[in-house]
Ligand binder design. Structure first.
Ligand code: ADP
Ligand code: ADP
Ligand code: MG
Length: 428
């Protein structure tokens, strides 16, 4: 888009690819995120001093922080995302839930508001029936939630979820939902401009998760019929409109065995898995985010959008920190890689463990699955342990091949896949 960029970085990232690639780079503090990437004033000051017009928050750290968005607004910087008010109403899970109830979007049965004590939690759990999920209103990345299968589990689940939330988000507001057993996680990508034009760009199935964190995502979902896709898409648009939403955003649902869907949260930011939607719709979501932030109207209507082919993203995570000794990324037709790695780069212990995303596109799901296998075979990362082999073997699991999976997939199958790994079973 011919937009000049300034990147802020911590001392731990001084030799990172992003720092090398940006037009300008400014160090804002030490490795500890609280003193750098979460230091709102340092970021705002840098933006002002370097003459920035807008701030893109990415998908971690301050990307869903209403106070930061407000500070940008107050300093005449455009926050590339929704307004601070929208983030507070939709970014906070419990208030988003209330708003969804008001506008008739189905939510998981649960508490009417926040739950202050374990005793109150037990009372609500009796009413909605076990099992339940105790969740942090500020939660993210699968943190701050615990299951309770009976009364005995409540105290422990409540207290551990609460203290985890306090430590991770500095906010320990809690609420309760009924635990849907092994649902599918289906989310709808939204684009909305500041003039009330709101469209949905199909769904992503993110049911392959470990500890409530996504490992692999695909678009379209292997098991969603056309009617359900339309209904869920239109519901997501209704949810976004109710919040007065603008920018890119995602409405997340869990879908049970019978196909009933329930709103769980809205991510008021771009997501890690957005490339699969870009691949099947041909729409550059980051570009749209920037256009919308600049006050431009959407130039795509719902009727213009269509989903072509199939895309799958596999997240590659580092199990250990270390220096990258040798690196080879897959390429060729239908393969896209997003990564900050290079040979000699040191994977630090400070931040998220995701080091690469391998995204493949095919004309059919089977073609995409085969291409993913080929891409993961080609991928070489030496110097740190990764989940590459595990994910490669996962693509040969019969339930994955059939698209017959839900959020229970990892729990049900990881021991078997790890056994294949241990026994050195190779598929080629
Ligand atoms: P998604 O897949 O929905 O985009 P992830 O759970 O992968 O979201 O989170 C994206 C990134 O943001 C990850 O690096 C994660 O650790 C980080 N993250 C998510 N939520 C929060 C939060 N509330 N506070 C800080 N970091 C977060
Ligand atoms: P986060 O902000 O960490 O992404 P979510 O509310 O989106 O939290 O939940 C993360 C994952 O936890 C979901 O993708 C789903 O697998 C599981 N989950 C959340 N709520 C429920 C629920 N009520 N019943 C069953 N699973 C749930
Ligand atoms: Mg989520």
């Amino acid at each position: 888009m011919d937009v000049e960029t300034v990147i802020v970085y911590s001392t731990a990232d001084k030799d990172s690819l992003a720092v090398m690639a940006a037009d300008k780079a400014v160090c804002i503090g030490p490795a500890k995120a609280a003193e750098s990437y979460l230091n709102q004033d340092a970021i705002i000051e840098t933006a002002i001093l370097t003459g920035c017009e807008a701030v893109h928050p990415g998908y971690g750290f301050l990307s869903e922080n209403a106070a930061f968005a407000r500070k940008c607004e107050e300093n005449n910087l455009i926050f590339i995302g929704p307004s601070a008010d929208i983030i507070s109403s939709m970014g906070d899970k419990q208030s988003a839930r209330q708003l969804m109830i008001e506008c008739g979007v189905p939510v998981v049965p649960g508490s009417d508001g926040l739950v202050a004590t374990a005793e109150e939690a037990a009372h609500i759990a009796e009413k909605i029936g076990y099992p339940v999920l105790i969740k942090a209103s500020a939660g993210g990345g699968g943190k701050g939630m615990r299951k309770a299968f009976s009364r005995e589990d409540i105290e422990n689940a409540f207290e551990t979820a609460k203290s985890e939330a306090k430590a991770a988000f500095g906010n320990d507001d809690m609420y309760i939902e009924k635990l849907i057993i092994n649902p599918r996680h289906i989310e709808i990508q939204i684009l909305a401009d500041k003039y009330g034009n709101t469209i949905y760009l199909g769904e992503r199935d993110c049911s392959i998760q470990r500890n409530n964190q996504k490992l692999l995502e695909e678009a379209p979902s292997a098991r969603l019929c056309k009617d359900q896709r339309t209904v869920m898409g239109e519901t997501a648009v209704r949810a976004a409109k109710a919040a007065g939403y603008y920018s890119a955003g995602t409405v997340e649902f869990v879908v049970n065995e019978q196909g009933d869907y329930y709103f769980i949260e809205m991510n008021t930011r771009i997501q890690v898995e957005h490339p699969v939607t870009e691949q099947v719709t041909g729409i550059d979501l980051i570009r749209e985010q920037i256009r919308i932030a600049a006050g431009m109207k959407l130039n795509i209507t719902q009727e213009d959008t269509c989903v072509n082919g199939h895309a799958i993203e596999c997240r590659i995570n580092a199990a250990t920190p270390g220096v990258i000794k040798f690196l080879h990324f897959p390429d060729g037709y239908g393969v896209r890689v997003e990564s900050h790695l290079f040979e000699g780069y040191e994977v630090s212990p400070f931040y998220d463990s995701m080091i690469a995303k391998i995204i493949v596109t095919g004309s059919s799901r089977l073609e995409a699955v085969r291409r993913l296998r080929r891409a993961l075979e080609e991928l070489i990362i030496e110097g740190v342990k990764t989940n590459r082999e595990f994910m490669h073997l996962l693509t040969y699991h019969k339930d994955f091949i059939r698209g017959n999976y839900n959020t229970g997939f990892w729990e049900k199958n990881h021991t078997e896949i790890e056994k294949w790994l241990k026994e050195g079973i190779t598929v080629k």
